[in-house]
Structures are given as C-alpha cells and as structure tokens.
Design a protein around this ligand. Structure first.
Ligand SMILES: Nc1ncnc2c1ncn2[C@@H]1O[C@H](COP(=O)(O)OP(=O)(O)O)[C@@H](O)[C@H]1O
Ligand SMILES: [Mg+2]
Length: 309
C-alpha cells in the first residue's frame, strides 16, 4: 500500500491536508483527512514510556470511539497502536477498517434505537497476533462461554446438547461465532498495556505462552513480577487483568472500563494514585515534543539506509 500526503480545499473553503492511500492492485483509491502526528506506535517505538495520565487520556478517547462504532453495529477487529493515529488537535483517530465487520441488527428497543448482536462469524485470519483475543484461536473458549450461558438459562441439571447451539448440530471444533465487541476490548487492553509499558503484555494469548499463562493464573503476582521495574498503579494492573480476561463473559465491557477505578480522578482517588486530568493542550504539547524525536529518528534511519545503498 502506498501512502501520499496532499493538500486540498476542505468543506470550510480552507486548505487542509489529506492522505491518499493507493493500493497497487487494480481498484481502490481513497482520500482521508490527514492525522498529522501519525501512528501512536511510532511514539511507543521511538520515545519514552507514556505516563499513566497520558495513557488515561488516550484510553478515554479510544473508549468513546469504540463505543460509537459498536453502537453503530461495527466491530473493528484490528485495534493496535499502529492503527491509532493522532491529529494536530490531539485527537486519537481509529484507523484501518480493513478487518472491520458489521454485526447483525436485532429488534429495536422501545426508544427505536438500533441494537446489534455482538456474536459474529469467527475468522482466525483477522487482527494481529499480540493484540488478538484468545477466543479468536481457541474455540474451546467460545464453547465454554455458550455452555455457561445455557446453564444459566436452563438450570445446572440440564444436560447440555450441542444441537441446541444455533439450532443446528455443530461439531465442537467448528462452532462459528464469538463476541466481537468483547474481542475488541481485549485488543484495547493489549494496546493500552503497550502504550504505558512500552512492552507487549505477552507474545500471543494462548495457554502455551508463558506470559499469558501467568496472567490467567490465580496468582497474578507472578505475572506482574515480570514487569516490576516499570512503574504502574494498582488501578492500571486491575484494569489490565479485567480487559485481558481469557473468558469474554468475565472480561470488562467498554462501559465497565469507563467505570473502572483507573478512570476515577476524584480528589480521593487522585490522592491514592496521584492522577491528574490531562488537558488536550498538555497532550498536544507533549506529542509535539515527541514528534520531533520520531521525525529525526526516521530521518536518520532513511539517511543510514541511503548511505548503505
Ligand atoms: N488518515 C491518515 N493520516 C495519516 N496517516 C495515515 C492515515 N491513514 C493511514 N495512515 C498511515 O498509513 C498506515 C497504513 O494504513 P492502514 O489503513 O492501517 O492500512 P494497512 O492495512 O496497510 O495497515 C497507517 O498505519 C498510518 O501510518
Ligand atoms: Mg494498519
């Protein structure tokens, strides 16, 4: 994919910068508003760790954006710092909808608001290894979840019959659905971890991964010991544990993230975890400083490359 910058006249008659994405294959040229500071990932890669107030500022916007998408029936399926962009107003832009999909509409409620079924077709070829939820690969998790739901609905004595799932007889290994909204939450959690810790939380969310295994265990302190040299609050730890839960039904929803202690910046809470509300002005100022570093590293890389050619 080729990305070019260009100037054009915007809606208000002012000149605005746009980015033009060209695919080399036959179709598809599209024009989008330019996110001037580029990928959040570059800041993680080339500058210092973001502190917790900055992380909170980013998560606040990310949760708003994702709530908007989900409320319009769209799951993203590839949330990661490479696909989160920053514009000159310090807004976080959710980009790259190439794996996004629509949820099916279900009956509207009495306010005629549209509602969607979060259970979508399972595909294993979406997203990115570090950020994908475990149920993307492990169908046993989806079956466990369904079993739990059916037991809850019908009482524990009832013997579970797989033919009841989806009205058709399905083999255990091919049950085709998972909760797309909760999978997005997992990717948000993994991205947030990366933003604040400058390290991924694990290599892949499978039981054979030693990091994920520790995170799923009862004694989670063995997991956090690995990261003890990187400062983080108890509220951050708690939020990570809840957003990176193996089972989607136990995993936080977007609303629960919003209601978590990590977001509690009341005076009492602020005293316990020294949090501050980060203003857009201070965020932009910080990003500007870091952007100069990112640009100079990229420039250096480029000249090193040309010198070697
Ligand atoms: N609106 C935009 N403003 C600035 N950069 C962008 C914009 N859209 C995409 N990009 C850049 O192009 C990269 C690739 O675009 P993306 O839509 O993520 O496609 P891909 O499927 O190749 O990952 C992004 O990671 C980002 O660096
Ligand atoms: Mg991308």
């Amino acid at each position: 994919m080729v990305v070019e910058k260009n100037s054009m006249v915007g809606k208000k008659g002012e000149e605005e910068e746009y980015v033009i994405v060209k695919r080399k294959t036959e179709v598809c040229y599209y024009v989008m508003k330019l996110a001037e500071y580029g990928e959040l990932y570059s800041f993680i890669e080339h500058t210092d760790r973001f502190n917790e107030d900055m992380t909170r500022y980013i998560l606040d916007q990310l949760v708003d954006g994702m709530r908007y998408l989900h409320s319009h029936g769209i799951v993203h399926r590839d949330i990661k710092p490479e696909n989160l962009l920053i514009n000159k107003k310090g807004r976080i832009i959710i980009a790259d909808f190439s794996f996004a999909t629509r949820m099916n509409e279900v009956e509207s409620d009495e306010l005629f608001q549209k509602r969607y079924d979060p259970f979508i077709e399972r595909r294993t070829d979406v997203g990115s290894e570090i950020f994908n939820a475990p149920e993307i690969w492990d169908n046993e998790i989806n079956l466990h979840e369904l079993e739990e739901q059916m037991i809850k609905a019908q009482g524990e004595d009832k013997i579970f019959d797989y033919s009841e799932i989806d009205g058709k007889l399905r083999k255990l290994s091919v049950f085709p659905k998972y909760n797309g909204e909760k999978a997005d939450v997992f990717s948000i959690g993994a991205s947030l971890f990366m933003i604040q810790m400058k390290s991924p939380p694990f290599r892949k969310a499978v039981q054979t991964d030693p990091y994920f295994k520790r995170l799923c265990s009862v004694k989670k302190q063995n997991y956090w010991k690995i990261f003890k040299s990187l400062p983080h609050s108890d509220e951050f730890k708690d939020l990570m544990e809840k957003t990176l839960m193996k089972y989607p039904s136990q995993r936080y929803s977007l609303d629960q993230i919003r209601g978590s202690k990590f977001f509690d910046v009341s005076d009492d809470a602020a005293q316990s975890h020294h949090s501050q509300v980060y203003s857009p002005e201070s965020f932009i100022e910080e990003i500007k400083k870091r952007f100069d570093i990112v640009e100079s590293v990229k420039q250096n890389d480029l000249s090193n490359k040309t010198n070697h050619e």
